[in-house]
Design a protein around this ligand. Structure first.
Ligand code: PEP
Ligand code: MG
Length: 316
């Protein structure tokens, strides 16, 4: 019966008492966007642009980039409502080095020059990309949001937002570095939205390499410390009336998705195939249950207890 419910689930994302949690797709190219748009997704919460250029020997031209970005926007054109597509600027470096962006060998690449940090030495890369996004959206009827990865300071958020606004683009930043969660209100004042990358936020909060198979217990978004950081970002969004989404793997865990909703998260973005199971679970609980589960999980002494306590409250 459960599998039938998952197969037959139709969006949008809602709790049983009709509290909206927007369910979005993570994609890496136009093909994936086309598939996600044919399914139940309400838009795209994360287009990882660096994936389109993993094999590019040189920086693609603005026109070449615009064509790729357009292919991700077009499947959602004309839908109206709250539909939007979030394009992330290059998150090159560390686990995703690009031949035309990452030149230096680094001792600790996860803590090195990656994501928005590349723009300090190589501002052209970011400028060309924003120009290409501005070009791509011309004539396509869909809200385009643009966000930067690996932001750590208020100043970085401010400078990124200014470059976006100069081009008429709607700016946001990812919450991946704990510093941004700790200063969530000040950072969010600079931009229009947050998107929490729980993969990196967990890695940096727990000081545990996300690629290490020996550290999976630490590298768990159910860790109460990680949930507290998410809560800080969620509270900033509630206070400033700005959307705060999650686009890391945590969003695809149906019970954790309910906890995230209870922490004030307004959208969840994941692989399109994961959306129905999350949608079914959200539809089985009230937002008050989500809030109680969230509070219990944040207060728990460890990740195992957080999950057990939340599960008991969500399954009752
Ligand atoms: C994340 O860090 O959670 C995220 C969504 O970005 P990526 O997995 O691409 O680093
Ligand atoms: Mg990340």
């Amino acid at each position: 019966a459960y599998f039938n419910r998952v197969r037959e689930w139709r969006g949008p994302g809602r709790t049983s008492d009709d509290y909206a949690v927007q369910l979005l797709a993570n994609v890496g190219d136009g093909n994936a966007a086309g598939k996600a748009a044919a399914g139940e997704s309400e838009g795209i919460g994360l287009f990882r642009t660096e994936l389109a250029f993993l094999s590019a020997p040189e920086e693609p031209s603005v026109a070449e980039q615009a064509e790729i970005y357009r292919s991700v926007l077009e499947p959602y054109a004309g839908r109206g409502g709250r539909t939007h597509v979030v394009i992330r600027t290059l998150d090159a470096g560390s686990d995703k080095p690009l031949a035309f962006a990452n030149f230096d060998a680094e001792a600790n690449p996860a803590l090195g020059v990656r994501g928005l940090r590349l723009a300090a030495d190589n501002p052209g890369l970011l400028i060309h990309q924003l120009d290409a996004i501005a070009e791509a959206r011309k004539g396509i009827d869909v809200d385009v949001w643009v966000m930067a990865p690996m932001v750590a300071t208020v100043g970085e958020a401010r400078s990124f937002a200014a470059k976006c606004r100069d081009r008429g683009l709607w700016p946001g930043v990812m919450v991946e570095v704990p510093a941004v969660a700790l200063k969530a209100e000040q950072v969010l004042a600079e931009v229009e939205f947050f998107s929490i990358g729980t993969n990196d936020l967990t890695q940096y909060a727990m000081a545990s390499d996300r690629l290490s198979s020996k550290l999976v217990d630490l590298n768990d978004p159910w860790q109460p410390a990680v949930l507290s950081l998410i809560q800080m970002a969620g509270h900033a969004g509630i206070k400033r009336h700005k959307p705060v989404g999650v686009c890391g793997e945590a969003a695809a865990d149906p019970l954790l998705a309910c906890v995230l909703a209870g922490l004030g998260i307004t959208s969840l973005s994941m692989a399109a195939t994961a959306l129905p199971a999350v949608g079914v679970q959200l539809g089985d609980v009230t937002i008050e249950q989500c809030r109680q589960a969230a509070e219990a999980a944040v207060q728990a002494p460890d990740a195992v207890a957080a999950k057990a306590r939340a599960t008991a409250l969500l399954k009752k």
